[in-house]
Ligand binder design. Structure first.
Ligand SMILES: [Zn+2]
Length: 274
């Protein structure tokens, strides 16, 4: 029996709608599921953006208390490994809080969460030993799904009150890279909220920023930073280590150029209780 061409066209249209609709739904689902965030509208940059010196002589001196708060076990070495090495040599007292355990690794369907957790703890400890971190605190929030909620903000407040740092280092929430991990943004946001009630902190230094106002010269520490990246073998090995090292080197050269040195690490420094 011949089908009326009009009915046939209608049926084809309906089938196409179902196929494209399902594809779009799958893409949307993937976007919601994966942990990265992208600013579709670029953020407005601060104008003007004057240089700020966060009492750097004080920062790099014996006994200065520095707290670094990161989202994942490899973030500190990736973003500020040179600065941490330099702080170690100047005699600063450094403590690190890692908000998640990085247990989802690459978010593959067969990832072994408890094994990832064990390995990443070990790698973070080894790296912190290299820049002489005094303590390493894992808060154990969920990797890839972090929210800057009351529970996280309160935990951070407790850590700040306990350690009494003069300097707090964390992710820039206001001016992050256009594409960045959601956990990084949420960590930065939670630290900023915790900072509102913190007493005694003098400077909030935000890294992974597109609007730095202070650069640490890490030219003498570049080789050490490369070694620190290698410690995170579960994340960076083989070709990936080469690619990540090149990426980090490019960004260190861009930051270095801002102050006329070979390698730098950029921060957005903000006075809290100057
Ligand atoms: Zn991370």
């Amino acid at each position: 029996m011949d089908v009326d061409p009009k009915v046939k066209r209608k049926r084809n249209r309906r089938q196409r709608t179902v196929v494209y609709g399902s594809l779009l739904a799958m893409l949307w689902g993937f976007w919601v599921w994966q942990p990265w965030e992208f600013d579709f509208v670029p953020r407005e940059m601060p104008h003007p953006n004057p240089k700020v010196d966060p009492a750097s002589a004080r920062l790099f001196s014996k006994g200065t208390r520095v707290l670094i708060v990161t989202a994942h076990p490899d973030d500190s070495e990736f973003y500020v490994g040179g600065t941490l090495s330099k702080l170690r040599d100047s005699g600063a007292v450094i403590r690190q809080v890692i908000v998640t355990e990085g247990d989802k690794a690459y978010y593959g369907p067969f990832t072994n969460v408890s094994e990832n957790r064990r390995i990443r703890h070990q790698e973070a400890l080894e790296a912190a030993r290299a820049w002489r971190g005094q303590d390493l605190i894992f808060l154990g929030f969920s990797d890839g799904r972090l929210k800057a909620g009351d529970r996280l903000v309160q935990r951070l407040q407790v850590e700040i009150e306990k350690f009494k740092p003069e300097y707090v280092l964390s992710f820039d929430y206001d001016y992050p890279p256009r594409m960045s991990h959601g956990d990084h943004r949420q960590t930065g946001k939670a630290v900023a909220l915790a900072m509102d009630k913190a007493t005694g902190v003098r400077w909030y230094m935000r890294f992974s920023t597109i609007a730095p106002n202070f650069i640490v010269d890490i030219s003498d520490y570049w080789d050490q930073k490369k070694e620190l990246l290698k410690i995170h073998k579960s994340q960076f090995h083989g070709d990936r280590l080469v690619n990540v090292t090149n990426m980090v080197e490019d960004s260190a050269m861009i930051d270095g150029e801002r102050i006329g040195v070979t390698y730098g690490e950029g921060f957005r420094a903000m006075a809290i209780n100057p």
